[in-house]
Write a protein that binds this ligand. Structure first.
Ligand SMILES: C[S@@+](CC[C@H](N)C(=O)[O-])C[C@H]1O[C@@H](n2cnc3c(N)ncnc32)[C@H](O)[C@@H]1O
Length: 212
C-alpha cells in the first residue's frame, strides 16, 4: 500500500483537454468515471430524471457506442464526455459540487499500484469536488482491490466506509453482468467524508490559481 503523504497532486500542472468546454454544473450533479459503453449512466439518467449525470470515458471506441445510444435516448440529464477524467475534472468540476461519484469496476492495474484510484494523489482532489456527506461508490470484482481500497479509505483518506456485497441479480454495467454471470462476488464500497472534512483543494479552481 502506498501511504506516501508527500506525493501531493498538482492540478496547476494539468492543461485543459483539447476542445474543452466548461460544463454547466447542476444543483443535483453526479459524476461517473470510466463509464465504458455507458450502461449504468443511461439507466441512472432514465431512472432519475431529477438528477444530472456527467459520465466520462477515455477509450474512443467505447465512448462512441455510449454517445450514440445516449443521443437516441434523448436524455437531457446525461452529459457524455470523451476525455481522460483527471484533467477534465480539474478544469470542469468546482469544489464541493457533486452529490455523488461512481467508479464502477475500474481497471485493476495489477502491475501498477500507483495507478489505482485511491493510490493516486488525484484522489484527494476528487474528494474535494464532493459535497459534504455525498458518497463515492467504488465497485470491483477483485477482492484484493476492495481490501486495499477499504484500507486506504480508512487509514490514508480517513473516510467513513460502508462495504457490501453486490446482489447477484444486479446488472448495472457490462462488467458487472459478466462477473456475476461467472459466479464471481462483487464488492461495493460506499465512501463518505466525515463531518468537517478538509482537503488541500477545497478552494482550488483553475481561475483562482491561474498564473499571473
Ligand atoms: C474495466 S472498464 C469498466 C467500464 C464500466 N464502468 C463497466 O463496469 O462496464 C474501466 C473503464 O474505465 C475507463 N477509464 C480508465 N481510466 C480512465 C480515465 N482516467 N478517464 C476516463 N476513463 C477511464 C477505461 O477506458 C475503461 O473503459
Amino acid at each position: 500500500m502506498n501511504t506516501d503523504k508527500n506525493r501531493v497532486f498538482k492540478p496547476e500542472k494539468l492543461f485543459a483537454p483539447r476542445d474543452f468546454q466548461s460544463p454547466q454544473i447542476k444543483p443535483n450533479q453526479y459524476l461517473e468515471i470510466g463509464t465504458g459503453k455507458g450502461m449504468h449512466a443511461m439507466q441512472f439518467a432514465q431512472a432519475n430524471p431529477d438528477k444530472h449525470l456527467i459520465a466520462i470515458e477515455r477509450t474512443r471506441v467505447k465512448f462512441d457506442v455510449f454517445a450514440a445510444r445516449t443521443a437516441e435516448l434523448e436524455l437531457n440529464n446525461l452529459l457524455p464526455i470523451h476525455a481522460d477524467a483527471i484533467p477534465w475534472i480539474v478544469h470542469g468540476i468546482p469544489p464541493g459540487s457533486l452529490e455523488g461519484v461512481f467508479l464502477l469496476y475500474p481497471n485493476p492495474e495489477p502491475k501498477n499500484a500507483s495507478q489505482r484510484w485511491l493510490n493516486m494523489p488525484f484522489f484527494e482532489f476528487l474528494l474535494s469536488r464532493l459535497k459534504p456527506a455525498a458518497p463515492l461508490v467504488l465497485v470491483t470484482n477483485i477482492e484484493a482491490y476492495a481490501e486495499e481500497a477499504e484500507e486506504l479509505a480508512k487509514q490514508l483518506w480517513r473516510l467513513d466506509v460502508e462495504r457490501q456485497e453486490v446482489p447477484r441479480d444486479s446488472a448495472r454495467t457490462h462488467f458487472e453482468v459478466k462477473y456475476l454471470a461467472r459466479g464471481e462476488t462483487c464488492h461495493q464500497l460506499n465512501l463518505v467524508k466525515p463531518q468537517g472534512y478538509r482537503t488541500r483543494f477545497d478552494d482550488w479552481t483553475p481561475q483562482n490559481n491561474a498564473q499571473a
